[in-house]
Design a protein. Structure first.
Lengths: 162, 162
């Protein structure tokens, strides 16, 4: 199907993000298991639950647009998760692995910040305010998760890894 | 080689970013070609030149650490670029493709913001101030590029795509 306007592109991007989020829910359990720090395990567990709510929000956006819920293979998130899996296979001291896992998770977060930032701009420019509200809520959550991970790294995890 | 401390992880991450940057220099020419807007072509061209300077900076960081310059396959950037290539193969009106290319480029930028943000934190915590200066300069450039792309999308490109 040809992408003839911003509406088409908006839908295309939503499908990409939907697939990305689904991949994240499958990747997080292994990251929770690989983490040693209880704080980090909890942060990943909380993010898994948050991701489920973000998927619900995306489903509501599809509904608002009168479109069926569907994903389109997100090769970028596939690559980010592959890199994360490869990191988890490295031989590393537990504290160093925790620091590495934060690096992986922040790459995931920043992909989402870029992707949600993009669809928020589209929704705004298309005057789709209800969709914008939902997407913007998630964008803010992703930014907060990224900041939480930075603070965890700086205050505790990286210090232990040093 | 086992990752036993933050120094090991720092080097590991630098190799990942080095490979990511190299991939970006290979991907940008196709994006310049795929763009229709002269402003966007120029932005991508400028970023290509900036990326070359960022690679030089990374090489200086390896030198400061007394390590040979080397990359380690960055599967995440590979995925992000694959997604971008797949987008360029979509049938799309020229204005819509321009908007889509900005979305792709911002995913690249955000990967770099996450990756450079991570190594800046490591360099700071390891007291490697000369390396930190170099990496921080690049981090700021990536953030500025991301903001430039947002502004280009909001002011011109997405408006035409609508």
């Amino acid at each position: 199907m040809k992408l003839t306007n911003l509406n088409d592109l908006f839908l295309h991007e939503l499908k990409d993000i939907y697939h990305a989020e689904k991949q994240i829910t499958k990747a997080l359990p292994a990251m929770i298991k690989a983490a040693s720090s209880e704080q980090l395990k909890t942060a990943f567990q909380d993010h898994l639950e948050m991701t489920e709510r973000q998927i619900d929000r995306l489903e509501r956006v599809f509904e608002l647009l009168g479109q069926k819920v569907s994903g389109e293979k997100c090769m970028a998130m596939e690559g980010i998760i592959k890199e994360c899996e490869s990191m988890m296979k490295e031989k590393a001291d537990a504290d160093v692995m925790d620091a590495a896992l934060i690096g992986c998770a922040q790459r995931v977060e920043h992909y989402e910040i870029a992707a949600y930032g993009t669809v928020c701009t589209y929704a705004k420019q298309l005057g789709l305010n209800d969709a914008l509200d939902l997407l913007h809520t998630t964008l803010e959550e992703e930014k907060q998760t990224d900041m939480l991970l930075t603070s965890l790294a700086e205050s505790t995890i990286n210090v232990r890894a040093r």
